[in-house]
Write a protein that binds this ligand. Structure first.
Ligand code: PLP
Length: 384
């Protein structure tokens, strides 16, 4: 570790690593990391049982009952988003992508790679997707077969109304896909209340496992229709599902350590009270952060009503002494890693509320921010 740049008041996690106030990879508990200290073969009975338990518990989180199946997949979250698009949208289908940030834009790009017909309904990055616009689009274009939405658009942290949009999609008799990557586990995705064919998320982010795998929870009857759709073998969720149902095994080398960590992470998620407990801690983190930043004069991008408790976008102060690279480096050296902005609507940076972090870490980060501002000589944090 870079000791020369390390202030004496450096905050450390139990493993000596900095706290990650980022949207992933993020800080995990020591016990989640310890769960990875085993080598199990892909055909090992213990591994197969753990894999089955992880899959079953993920279905339980959405109250999926017998109608839904969980199909895990190697890779980062994007692999699972791409697998969902390729598997569920048939070759003669047409996808409406609701775009209000980089992750929606990425789905449009996937459709170009796959040669899937696609139209985008765009909203500015600081505004939620609009169910009425979806209604108008679907009424005007009967060729649209599927609609996909990003639950929390991590670009800004904006919360999209997945239930309201789902109701519109169902009313028009079209199919619904959800990228809940950065929200799953902290915000409710309830299969009893929303009709959808598939939702994707990953082992990292709000479930606080290690990064390295994603998963799709799909309505079995919809998934059963998807044989032959996927233009990619490794990203074919129907094939992955059929093989796993038959043998309990993954088709290709499973991310064993990642699954062991994920099993432990889900255990800790359930012990925390599931979605309400996990979401409650993140909401408390988010409130501490937003209140603390506003008290220093910073402005957040989003109104509180549309802010998901996942990641907060902060407008860049206009003061020329606020040198973002220096601010970022000084905070990292203090033990708090934040995230640069990725917005087109405003110069900004982002601070995450998710991962194994609580009030102590959020207050620690705020104290480090105050000290850093003093060092840089910044007295006014108002944006331009
Ligand atoms: C993190 C994230 C993804 C997946 O990103 P990876 O870097 O591939 O893990 C997809 N969608 C959203 C909304 C995300 O926040």
């Amino acid at each position: 570790m870079d000791t020369a740049a390390t202030p004496t008041n450096r905050a450390l996690s139990p493993t000596g690593d900095p706290f990650l106030l980022t949207p992933g990879p993020l800080t995990t508990s020591p016990t989640v990391k310890q769960a990875m200290l085993h080598d199990l073969g892909s055909r090992d009975k213990r591994f197969i049982a753990i894999n089955a338990r992880v899959r079953a518990r993920l279905v339980d989180i959405i109250h999926g009952g017998e109608d839904y199946a969980c199909v895990p997949l190697q890779g980062s979250g994007t692999f699972s988003v791409e697998a969902m698009i390729g598997t569920f949208v048939p070759r003669d289908g047409k996808l409406l992508v609701l775009v209000n940030g980089a992750y929606g834009t990425r789905i449009v790009k996937m459709c170009a790679y796959y040669g899937r017909a696609c139209v985008a309904e765009e909203t500015p990055e600081n505004i939620p997707c609009d169910p009425e616009a979806v209604d108008r689009r679907l009424a005007a274009d009967p060729a649209i077969t599927h609609v996909v939405v990003v639950h929390c658009e991590t670009t800004s942290g904006v919360l999209n109304p997945i239930a309201e949009i789902g109701a519109v999609v169902a009313r028009h008799g079209r199919r619904y896909l959800i990228d809940s990557m950065s929200a799953f586990g902290a915000l409710e995705v309830d299969a009893r209340a929303i009709t959808f064919d598939a939702v994707v998320a990953s082992s990292n982010k709000c479930l606080e496992g290690a990064p390295g795998m994603g998963f799709c929870i799909a309505r079995k009857s919809a998934l059963a229709e998807c044989q032959g759709n996927a233009p990619s073998l490794s990203l074919d969720l129907h094939d992955q599902w059929a093989a796993m149902e038959k043998t309990g095994q993954w088709r290709f080398t499973p991310p064993v350590h990642c699954i062991l960590a994920f099993d432990q992470a889900i255990e800790e998620f359930l012990a925390e009270g599931g979605v309400s407990g996990r979401g409650g801690r993140y909401r408390a983190n988010c409130k501490l952060l937003v209140d603390g930043l506003r008290a220093m004069g910073f402005e957040t991008l989003l109104d509180d009503a549309i802010q998901a408790p996942i990641i907060v976008t902060v407008k860049m102060p206009a003061d020329p002494r606020f040198d973002f690279p220096a601010f970022y480096d000084r905070l990292s050296a203090t033990g708090y890693v934040i995230y640069p902005g990725k917005l087109t609507v405003a110069e900004s940076f982002r601070i995450g509320c998710i991962g194994r972090l609580g009030a102590t870490e959020m207050n620690g980060a705020l104290a480090a921010i105050r000290e850093t501002l003093a060092e840089l000589g910044v007295t006014n944090c108002a944006p331009g």
